[in-house]
Design a protein around this ligand. Structure first.
Ligand SMILES: *[C@@H]1O[C@H](CO)[C@@H](O)[C@H](O)[C@H]1NC(C)=O
Ligand SMILES: *[C@@H]1O[C@H](CO)[C@@H](O)[C@H](O)[C@H]1NC(C)=O
Ligand SMILES: *[C@@H]1O[C@H](CO)[C@@H](O)[C@H](O)[C@H]1NC(C)=O
Ligand SMILES: *[C@@H]1O[C@H](CO)[C@@H](O)[C@H](O)[C@H]1NC(C)=O
Ligand SMILES: *[C@@H]1O[C@H](CO)[C@@H](O)[C@H](O)[C@H]1NC(C)=O
Ligand SMILES: *[C@@H]1O[C@H](CO)[C@@H](O)[C@H](O)[C@H]1NC(C)=O
Length: 208
């Protein structure tokens, strides 16, 4: 605990992110809403495996890649990950698919590029995926309908192409579906009528 405290003091003095959390009992890590800069070391999550359940660095000025999650299914017990409102670049980090308890993944308002990865589609029980205002490209695979626990899906203001997943109606718990300002084409899938809990649907500025 003392060493963690020293690391946090150093962190705030030097604006340098610790390479790992030496405390193996820390559950909640929240540095959101500061003016922190620099990168998060690529091995941070790997070296900090243990009891970390909630990690929030949103609303800072972090740059570089979002570190990967090279964890096994048993070591990842993360439920909340929030990287929103920073200057992160590069792809969606690998390894999220092994975080079987992940409920909330936010990385909105960054410069994340590349496509939606298999890891995203392999998530077990996410309730919220918020990746809006980035530079994501490529299609939204129909396998996203496997994420039946989804309540909030925000992918707006990217460069996504292709169709709205045909079986989107399998996401019956969805309340918010925001896919506006992309390059989606095709027609509205008939199955959408099964999204009986939808409160907000925004598809404006596409090529539907
Ligand atoms: C992360 O922190 C921000 C700012 O404090 C807060 O608004 C946001 O809800 C938190 N994210 C999650 C997933 O709880
Ligand atoms: C996910 O976990 C399995 C073992 O449970 C491991 O073989 C695999 O490398 C892990 N994936 C990543 C991206 O770390
Ligand atoms: C989606 O679910 C189907 C049937 O349950 C399964 O065959 C498929 O492998 C799943 N896809 C992914 C990406 O997990
Ligand atoms: C959908 O929501 C209901 C009510 O909150 C919940 O009981 C159910 O488990 C959810 N479905 C999935 C697949 O998570
Ligand atoms: C859609 O694609 C066109 C060219 O194919 C491109 O000029 C435009 O910027 C794209 N729109 C978005 C919102 O990415
Ligand atoms: C979107 O993708 C198209 C085709 O790949 C590309 O021409 C365009 O520059 C991209 N637009 C943005 C805003 O990234």
């Amino acid at each position: 605990m003392l060493s963690l405290f020293l690391k946090l003091v150093l962190l705030f003095l030097s604006c340098e992110f610790p390479s790992s959390l030496s405390s193996k009992v820390i559950r909640l890590f929240d540095l959101s809403g500061n003016n922190l800069q620099g990168t998060i070391p690529s091995s941070f999550f790997q070296l900090s495996a243990g009891n970390l359940e909630s990690f929030n660095v949103s609303k800072n000025s972090f740059t570089g890649l979002i570190p990967s999650f090279s964890w096994t299914e048993t070591s990842c017990i993360l439920r909340i990950l929030d990287f929103s409102n920073n200057d992160f670049t590069g792809p969606i980090p690998p390894g999220l698919g092994n975080c079987s308890r992940l409920q909330v993944f936010r990385a909105a308002c960054n410069y994340i590029s590349g496509s939606l990865t298999d890891d995203i589609y392999a998530a077990i029980s996410p309730e919220e995926l918020s990746l809006h205002v980035n530079s994501l490209s490529g299609p939204i695979s129909n396998t996203i309908v496997n994420l039946t626990s989804l309540i909030i899906l925000q992918l707006y203001s990217n460069n996504l192409t292709g169709f709205i997943p045909q079986d989107i109606g399998k996401l019956t718990n969805l309340t918010h579906l925001y896919l506006h300002v992309n390059n989606l084409s095709g027609s509205l899938p008939p199955s959408m009528k099964n999204c009986i809990n939808l409160i907000k649907l925004n598809l404006r500025n596409n090529k539907l």
